[in-house]
Ligand binder design. Structure first.
Ligand SMILES: [Cu+2]
Length: 567
């Protein structure tokens, strides 16, 4: 507060000069941090996004500190991957992870998960049961459904037990399915659009007891410049590992138009944007009319008596200067529903209308020392299927948190509807793929009810749900779910497979070893070991590998589910 008052005083003295010159505001600009820049982006061409991500130790600068860390393509803030509905991803991942100053002491297995994407969980798609070994290369391939939610999603490693160090190193990036503004909030097509990656990191020398350092696009204390009254579209994602963000901008209005990549049918005015790890929000920001410098803060979050510290931090400054903009007409648009609602895809109303076929309870717990984490009393096992459903089932899960700290429920491959939190009914105003689980108080568990439609044929296969405080996930708080196709009675047992580097390729080297070069010259690709998971569906893992069966698309067999997502 003190700082803001001081800045307002400066504004009074110099505003006239600034206006006369048509320049950016006040002389105290010198005290502002560097501008927060847009990340690089790569877009699909002719329906295909071809890209290579190489993970390797690189010297980076985060929050003003320079050190080595394992990042994608040499960048702590890697490119935003931009795709359209119907596009195909062809992404090559090269694992050259190695020793760095933070988090990682040598080569590690890894992989990629595409958080928020309703795509196949079967390799070479979004399969977290497939690891990419040190020095190996893997080609991910999947297609964006034609009715996929248009919004902000993200990519990050999901190799169980290694997720926290890899995301804390900086390996996470944004993935956008275009169309939110162009189709559903067309009046805002002319606004400046930003992509702001919120991340947490343990800087070199930081203690485990210290709160992680938080940044926006890698900067702590950066500057976001707007004109008085200007409106902008900010795509926000908590792409960090463990920390909560609760973003507030002094003096500005924040209207959420998308949550977790799902279009809101009606903009929602927020006093702050609460972003548990993994969640995303697209907001229309309305800058204050008065010139000056305003705090962009993440508010303190009470994570519970067993939780990690999550204090308030001033992340950046909103610098408001220059000629004012009359945005009254555009602001009036914020009171109106989204355009072309028939083009949104699955809506909350669609999920509400589905009859619930089964109820389950999921209990999130942990040991008193906070080192081991459980779902329904069990740590994750790669070989145990915890939930089996059949495509078309619609379940209500009561998720209880009996521990003294918050957890974060996330399920892959689909979006769900939150129906109540601690007994309070929730409006059916958006779908989500992440929801915060309040901690237990006086022995009363925190409790969230969600309605989960297992209705989209694309999800047939095996995937996971887990706590998205990824340190908790790594320490056991994850479970396996199998979605069977109608008529299918069982799925082959789960098993992890690892894509190995070809012989002659030294682990953790630069990716240009003899083996890798030979592979490139010959066109050969490293193969998962053992055989790919998709060939194992509906058969014993010991059975001989048959020719691949195209049995997973079952469009014609589900005529009566009433969900627009069926394809
Ligand atoms: Cu947790």
């Amino acid at each position: 507060m003190r700082r803001q008052t001081f800045r307002f005083a400066l504004y009074g003295a110099c505003a006239a000069t600034a206006l006369a010159l048509g320049l950016a505001a006040c002389g105290d600009d010198d005290s502002l941090g560097p501008d927060i820049r847009e990340p690089d982006s790569v877009s699909s061409r002719n329906g295909v996004l071809q890209y290579t991500l190489t993970q390797a130790p690189t010297r980076i600068t985060v929050a003003g500190r320079s050190f080595t860390s394992n990042v994608f393509n040499g960048q702590y803030i890697p490119p935003v991957l931009r795709m359209q509905r119907g596009d195909r991803l062809e992404l090559q991942l090269i694992n050259n992870i190695g020793k760095a100053d933070v988090q990682i002491d040598g080569p590690l297995e890894t992989n990629l998960h595409y958080h928020g994407m309703v795509v196949t969980p079967i390799a070479p798609g979004d399969d977290v049961f497939l690891h990419v070994g040190s020095g190996a290369t893997y080609d991910y391939r999947w297609q964006v459904p034609n009715d996929h939610a248009q919004g902000v999603h993200w990519y990050h490693p999901h190799a169980h037990g290694l997720v926290e160090p890899q995301i804390l190193s900086g390996m996470s990036g944004m993935l956008v399915i275009d169309g939110l503004i162009a189709q559903h909030y067309t009046a805002y097509a002319g606004l400046v659009e930003r992509h702001l990656l919120l991340k947490d990191i343990q800087l070199p020398g930081a203690s485990d007891d210290d709160p992680n350092t938080k940044t926006i696009n890698g900067l702590l204390g950066g500057t976001l410049r707007l004109r008085p009254g200007e409106m902008q579209v900010w795509n926000l994602g908590n792409l960090g590992a463990d920390a909560y963000f609760d973003l507030a901008v002094d003096g500005a209005q924040l209207w959420e138009i998308s949550r977790d990549g799902s279009v809101r049918q009606q903009p929602l005015l927020l006093s702050s944007v609460f972003l548990p790890p993994g969640s995303r929000s697209t907001v229309v920001v309305v800058a204050p009319l008065r010139m000056g410098n305003y705090a962009v803060r993440t508010l303190a979050v009470d994570t519970g008596p067993q939780g990690d510290p999550n204090p308030e931090v001033r992340l950046a400054t909103l610098a408001v200067s220059g000629f004012s903009e009359d945005t009254a007409m555009l602001q009036a648009r914020l009171l109106l529903p989204a355009d072309r609602q028939d083009q949104i895809g699955v809506t909350p109303a669609d999920v509400v209308a589905l009859p619930t076929t089964r109820q389950r309870t999921m209990v999130f717990s942990e040991t008193d020392d906070g080192n081991t984490f459980f779902i329904n009393g069990q740590e994750w096992s790669e070989t145990r299927d915890d939930v089996t459903v059949t495509l078309g089932d619609v379940e209500e899960w009561t998720i209880q948190n009996v521990s003294g700290e918050r957890h974060v429920f996330h399920i892959h491959q689909l979006d769900f509807l939150v129906t109540s939190i601690n007994g309070v009914p929730q409006p059916a105003d958006t779908l989500r793929d992440v929801v915060d689980l309040p901690y237990a108080v006086n022995g009363v568990p925190g409790e969230v009810k969600v309605k989960i439609p297992f209705t989209d044929p694309i999800m047939v296969g095996r995937f996971v749900f887990h706590c998205h405080i990824v340190g908790h996930e790594d320490a056991g708080m994850m479970a396996n779910i199998v979605v069977l196709a109608p008529g299918q009675t069982a799925m082959a047992p789960a098993r992890m497979r690892t894509v190995r580097a070809l012989p002659g390729k030294a682990s953790g080297s630069d990716g240009f070893g003899i083996g890798a070069l030979l592979a490139r010259w010959s066109g050969a690709k490293a193969k998962p070991d053992p055989a790919p998971w998709d060939d194992a569906i509906c058969r014993s893992s010991d059975a001989p590998v048959p020719a691949r069966k195209r049995t997973l698309r079952i469009d014609a067999s589900l005529p009566s589910l009433g969900v627009t997502a069926l394809r």
